[in-house]
Design a protein around this ligand. Structure first.
Ligand code: URA
Length: 232
């Protein structure tokens, strides 16, 4: 990785300052002054000092959680949040949520210290599909498939939703795939066509599926293979 990124991750300075200070001789890699702050280092091998301080390497953390119902997708709130479900070690990190779920929605939530990653997952420009298992109050009409494909008008908010995919599993159960993260989107797709979502669970983000061995409320760090599915 670039040495200025390593120093930035350790929250020691901004990229701009690091560049300026490196030119003045404040950057020492393996005992040698290095003036170019874009120099590549292996943080597990190279010894880096910046402004006389040893730079400890902090890797980003990526957490997958199976969110239970009744918990907020927020980092701080008076009510219980997904962060409250984490161990103390993780609670101390500066985590962001990559795609919030409603309080009553369950399933796959990603939390990370990597701001770029969170932006990539949540930005509609990335076109990353989010897959939901949906149960409805009334029978799902076949015509919804075409309506979803064409983009449902979300009347209360005055926008047309992006084309979404609907696969009907049985009368009141379906799989929905959307590429935007608008508030209550899946519920609104159905309500604007005259049906109601009674249960909603996110089961995948892009190619990353919810681990069936993660019970509701459980979490773990993503492994390399899983991370790659999202970083490609
Ligand atoms: N769409 C919704 O309506 N709610 C969610 O939690 C996620 C997507």
């Amino acid at each position: 990785m670039r040495v200025d990124k390593m120093i930035g991750n350790a929250k020691l300075d901004t990229r701009r300052n690091i560049k300026r200070n490196a030119k003045k001789g404040a950057l020492v890699i393996n005992g040698e002054i290095v003036k170019d702050s874009s120099t590549q280092v292996d943080p597990n091998v190279d010894e880096v000092f910046y402004m006389g301080e040893f730079v400890e390497y902090f890797d980003n953390i990526y957490i997958i959680m199976n969110k239970p119902a009744g918990v907020l997708s927020a980092t701080v709130d008076e009510e219980e949040t997904v962060v409250d479900l984490l161990d103390d070690f993780y609670q101390m990190l500066d985590l962001s949520i990559a795609g919030r779920l409603d309080k009553d929605t369950t399933g796959l939530v990603l939390l990370s210290t990597d701001g770029k990653f969170v932006h990539k997952i949540t930005s509609p420009n990335s076109n990353i599909e989010k897959t939901y298992e949906v149960e409805t109050k009334d029978t799902i009409d076949e015509s919804f498939i075409e309506e979803f494909k064409n983009g449902v008008e979300i009347k209360e908010e005055g926008y047309i939703a992006r084309p979404a995919k609907l696969e009907i599993i049985n009368e009141k159960k379906a799989i929905v795939k959307v590429t935007e993260g608008k508030f209550h989107l899946v519920k609104r797709l159905f309500s604007n066509l005259g049906n109601e979502v009674v249960s909603l669970k996110r089961i995948a983000i892009g190619d990353l599926k919810l681990d069936p061995f993660l019970n509701e409320g459980a979490y773990r760090e993503l492994n390399e293979d899983e991370l790659e599915l999202l970083l490609d």
